[in-house]
Design a protein around this ligand. Structure first.
Ligand code: C2E
Ligand code: CA
Ligand code: CA
Length: 827
């Protein structure tokens, strides 16, 4: 910046020095009144020199009634002995019915000229500028000194100020002492509740401001934004103390009041312009010169300040308005206005808050104009707002902002369809654990960039919800498959390798999607639906799932149903149906599949498609599988006693394969019911195997060693690789019923089934076709060499008695002893 010529202080003849010695009452009062004109924050300013006491209020009026001074005198009586800058606990002034926070400067501790200068700040006024603090009723604000003295506490819901002398918590002290800005969590000393604190400690004065909110409310985004405003509050205090320090200077130099005035004028960091009533600029300080884009004070002097207005007729900002503001000012009155000026240099706009105050000066009628650069503050707040709504790493919206977006979308365009897709990186933890968090950050940043690129062309919003979870919200003009297509496209961009520190990482992700208003009408529920779908995809090792109601195990109805189901398991309320599997060559019974049945006392029969997922999504899967196995083995044992050797097939779930006790359980049950191991077959779906292929493989080997037979169920619907299937120690491959349904007519299905049969036989496996409903399908399967068939063509699942009557008493259908023996040889 160019050197600034010392501005001419207004109001006093520079050539006439003040007499030496202590300042007179009148001189001190004048100094206070002048200082008050430039003080944007204080409610009162005062001076005290152990004999005399003077105080002026915000309109520079002297406060003289004893009542007005009582509270102030009280704190002056307890002044610290040393010289320095002090912030004292707030006090309540009865006569004003107002709280004041005193900022004090003491001088002359050693000599007879002990003096104090002080500014009284209204805590409410200080807080009034922080808008977001008022939003959450659970919040409170604390001002304290850096050494832990509480100055005041403001409770938002009751709008009350309190001062307590309870010691601060160790955590709070530690952060105050460390300084700067930040966040931490600690129990509040007043309530004992865990609380989130955002704090800011001023760099120039020993004062810290904290905003706090109970952790249970946990609105971190709010905290971040409010902490931004807290920084501004701490800055405001700094400004007060700055004025205060000017006052202190004045104590030494009231004799040279001119000098002091000049210093105040030049060093205040807000713009100050002194104009005539007509608006002619007489003098201005360096801050005003730079704010208005001038090269020097000379360039501004003599110009008319109103003419620098950047007119905005809509906002009522005009040159004429500036003139009338100046002319209408009453003595002792200050006027605030939001204003815009055009800079002299590049012509850009300056947005300011302008404070106009008239003051008489040796017969002339002058006006001081204080210019506060609101753009800088707004910029700071905007940055805080950005930080509060965006993720630091990727710059994407955060969870809070994403929810707000959904909220606005549903409120502004109710019923207009849109979809959300969530993406969660698979095995992200492994990347962090093996390559470090930096690698994880690189991966997430890459994915965020790719996601932005993938959705750049549509009216969509991308967010990072946390960790390795990204989300997209996109409009759905055509409701049908657009969501699935978008998810597929997104997944495509994610599966390209990412190179981190020279290591090429192959990524995969699980995606879940939900549609508004189809799946849910509230943003929170919609997000929950997409999350459920995403976790369903993860569990099933599928890349993508669209939300369906059957996935939802958390609705009150589903929770009630699950507890009913738990009771049915405990009280023996489940039944079993048995469906025969028949040799395609001779039509004889080969074995029987046990299928669980549940008749709800009020709701009637519940489909396995409903209650099996209930079990699989909770701990119930263990007692459920054990229940089915016990009853199936009990029947097999009974039939054995009746001289029928009927192997039973029981379905097991992925969780059973993860259970280290499972093999022991199976062995124990076989022994308990006296059933030979080869007479029990366990069916595992292909997708269950893929949930955790390595541990599934280990468990299957143990089961095979036990002697039980193993079948892959629903073959063709999962994603198992051929190489993996080849390693599996299984005996049977069951072709899923979706392939057999249209087998007689669909050429694709024919090809798949033909391939599956030859593949299975190539591996030495028996092939069972499920869902055989017509003789044509049975004929095709027989011609292709399929071994066994199961389906309505032969029999529906039957109760144990009916099954026994229809299949075991009939000698033409009952298992042939020879066939049984040959199958055992193969196992
Ligand atoms: P799954 O293991 O594939 O069982 C065969 C399903 O196909 C049975 O349905 C059966 O009734 C049906 N089905 C049999 N023949 C035909 C046919 O010709 N055409 C058609 N369209 N369907 C036929 P269900 O009993 O409703 O069982 C559905 C699924 O529930 C089973 O599929 C199995 O995954 C599961 N499930 C049933 N009981 C149990 C159990 O005890 N434990 C476990 N983990 N899952 C079970
Ligand atoms: Ca099955
Ligand atoms: Ca099946």
């Amino acid at each position: 910046m160019t050197p600034v010529p010392a501005p001419q202080p207004p109001g006093r003849d520079p050539a006439a020095p003040l007499p030496a010695g202590a300042a007179s009452h009148g001189q001190q009062l004048k100094a206070l009144q002048s200082a008050m004109r430039y003080d944007p924050v204080s409610a009162a300013l005062g001076a005290w020199d152990s004999r005399e006491f003077r105080m002026v209020d915000a309109s520079a009026r002297e406060l003289v009634r004893p009542g007005e001074q009582a509270g102030v005198r009280q704190f002056l009586a307890n002044l610290p002995a040393q010289d320095g800058v002090w912030v004292l606990p707030a006090f309540f002034a009865q006569e004003h019915q107002a709280w004041y926070l005193p900022l004090v400067l003491t001088t002359g501790s050693a000599g007879p000229h002990r003096a104090a200068y002080f500014a009284l700040v209204s805590p409410q006024r200080l807080l009034g500028s922080a808008t977001s603090i008022r939003l959450l009723p659970e919040a409170f604000v604390i001002f304290a000194t850096a050494d832990g003295t509480r100055l005041f506490r403001y409770q938002v819901d009751t709008r009350t100020i309190e001062v307590s002398n309870a010691p601060m918590s160790a955590a709070s002290l530690e952060h105050l002492r460390a300084g700067g800005e930040g966040y931490y969590e600690a129990p509040a000393t007043t309530t004992g509740q865990w609380t989130h604190f955002g704090y800011s400690v001023s760099r120039r004065v020993p004062i810290g401001a904290m905003v706090a909110i109970p952790s249970r409310v946990s609105r971190l985004a709010w905290l971040q934004r409010s902490a931004g405003e807290i920084v501004m509050l701490a800055l405001a205090c700094t400004a007060v103390l700055f004025f205060g320090s000017r006052l202190r200077t004045s104590s030494a130099s009231l004799r040279q009041s001119r000098q002091w005035y000049r210093e105040l004028f030049t060093s205040v960091d807000q713009g100050l312009v002194v104009v005539s009533r007509k608006g002619t600029i007489l003098t201005c300080n360096p801050a005003a010169i730079s704010l208005l884009g001038a090269a020097s004070g000379r360039e501004l002097a003599g110009r008319e300040l109103p003419r620098l207005t950047r007119q905005d007729h809509a906002a009522g900002i005009t040159i004429g308005k500036a003139h009338s503001l100046l002319e209408s000012l009453q003595p002792g009155q200050a006027v605030l206005a939001d204003w815009q000026f055009s800079r002299l240099d590049a012509g850009g706009a300056v947005e300011v808050e302008m404070r106009l105050a008239p003051f008489p000066s040796g017969g002339a009628d002058l006006v001081s104009v204080l210019l506060r650069d609101v753009r800088r503050e707004r910029h700071h707040l905007q940055r805080q707002e950005f930080l509060a709504t965006h993720d630091n790493l990727t710059g994407l919206l955060n969870r809070y902002a994403f929810q707000t977006h959904l909220q606005e979308r549903t409120e502004n365009q109710p019923g207009r369809p849109f979809g959300i897709i969530l993406l969660d990186v698979n095995r992200f933890k492994d990347i962090n654990d093996t390559l470090g968090h930096h690698a994880g950050d690189v991966v997430i940043s890459q994915l965020a960039r790719r996601t932005n690129a993938a959705f750049v062309n549509c009216d969509s919003v991308v967010a990072r919800l946390g960790g390795d979870e990204l989300a997209v919200c996109l409009p759905l003009d055509e409701p049908t498959n657009a969501l699935d297509r978008a998810a597929e496209q997104w997944r495509g961009t994610i599966t390209h390798a990412v190179t981190v520190a020279g290591v090429e990482l192959e990524l995969s992700a699980s995606l879940g999607a939900a549609a508004y208003p189809l799946d849910a009408t509230s943003p929170m529920n919609l997000l929950r639906c997409a999350e459920i779908a995403m976790y369903a995809a993860k569990r099933q090792m599928l890349p993508y799932q669209r939300y369906t109601e059957t996935m939802d195990h958390f609705t009150p109805e589903a929770l009630a149903l699950r507890s009913d189901f738990a009771r049915a398991i405990r009280d023996g309320g489940l039944g079993l149906a048995f469906q025969p599997q028949v040799g395609l060559g001779d039509g004889r019974l080969v074995r029987v599949e046990a299928l669980a049945r549940w008749v709800h006392p009020l709701k009637g029969a519940i489909a396995p498609g409903v209650f099996v997922p209930l079990a699989e999504n909770s701990e119930l899967i263990y007692p459920f599988t054990e229940y089915v196995m016990r009853h199936a083995l009990a029947h097999a044992a009974r039939w054995r006693r009746e001289d029928h050797r009927v192997p039973v097939a029981v379905n097991i779930s992925a969780q059973n394969l993860m259970d280290v006790k499972f093999v022991e359980l199976v062995g124990g049950l076989l022994e308990h019911y006296g059933v030979a191991a080869p007479d029990l077959e366990l069916e595992v779906t292909e997708s269950a195997l893929m949930r955790n292929p390595q541990s599934a493989l280990r468990r299957l080997r143990e089961l095979r060693a036990l002697g039980v037979r193993l079948a892959i169920d629903d073959f063709g619907t999962g994603y198992a690789s051929l190489a993996y299937l080849k390693q599996l120690p299984v005996h049977v491959l069951k072709i899923d019923k979706t392939f057999t349904a249209d087998l007689a007519s669909d050429d694709d299905d024919k090809r798949i089934v033909r391939m599956a049969i030859s593949l299975a036989h190539g591996f030495g496996l028996e092939v069972v076709a499920e869902g055989v409903e017509t003789p044509a399908v049975a004929d095709f399967l027989a011609a292709e060499g399929c071994d066994v068939a199961q389906g309505y063509l032969y029999e529906k699942p039957l109760g144990a008695e009916e099954f026994s009557r229809k299949w075991l008493q009939d000698t033409a259908r009952a298992p042939a002893a020879a066939a049984l023996a040959s199958r055992e040889g193969r196992g």
